[in-house]
Design a protein around this ligand. Sequence first.
Ligand code: IPE
Ligand code: IPE
Ligand code: MG
Length: 263
Amino acid sequence: MNRLDDLLSRLDMTRLPRHVAMIMDGNGRWAKQRGEQRSEGHAEGVVSVRKVTELSSDLGISYLTLYAFSTENWNRPKEEVDLLMHLIGITIERETPYLVSNNVKLRLVGDIDRIPEASRMRLLRCAEETSGCTGLTLCMCLSYSSRWELTEAAKKIALQCARGELTADQIDENTVASCLDMAGVPDPDLLIRTGGEQRISNFLLWQIAYSELYFTPTLWPDFGKEAYAEALLDYQRRERRYGMTSEQIAGDTDTNANTPKAQ
Ligand code: IPE
Ligand code: IPE
Ligand code: MG
């Protein structure tokens, strides 16, 4: 049995996360370690995207959310931003037939209007062509930051109040959640960050309230199916308590890693 099969055989298929989110970090350092340009790291990172998408889909995970470009990443040198925008566009276009044949739906999350037109068109075309897919939903966060998303939600709620459709008293957690770009997607069960940093970098701040966090020093281009399976195994060793006691969790058959009560 190869190592991946061994890891997968140890997974409890009834307790897989419904939604995995990933902060794909470490492309630049991966390239630097090899004496190559940062662009080489980004190109190699695309291969990891394919691997984690494939494994998520094969395992029957419902949602995979990838942080591909943050609002703050616009502040990088123009050549790197241009390269990333181009790479994201052509990769999505090239991968569209794969996504369709594997029943994977692309959902774009973030301030997509800021993406240069050529890449934006490729992304929108892929979202359109995969819109009927019913397997894995691949949420691609581009020009995304959680503070941007929450600020936009605040604007939407203010508009509803100004129009008289909503009163301040009626605003609850569901109101906020329904105004987020990620509306309708269940909160991530597991958040993985590669590259060794132990921070969130403005990603899904609202949605990760009760997510399990997994940090690995593995650089994103080195993160493959084995590393992903290890993260899933680590997740399955945890007890999610949602503010309750261990005894309550043990006695409550409705509450397990898959069906969080406090959502
Ligand atoms: C992640 O890798 C990719 C993006 C943020 C777009 P980095 O480019 O941040 O790589 P490091 O962190 O510099 O190694
Ligand atoms: C987070 O990585 C953003 C993405 C992976 C898209 P960064 O490399 O931008 O994060 P910081 O700057 O190290 O916090
Ligand atoms: Mg980084």
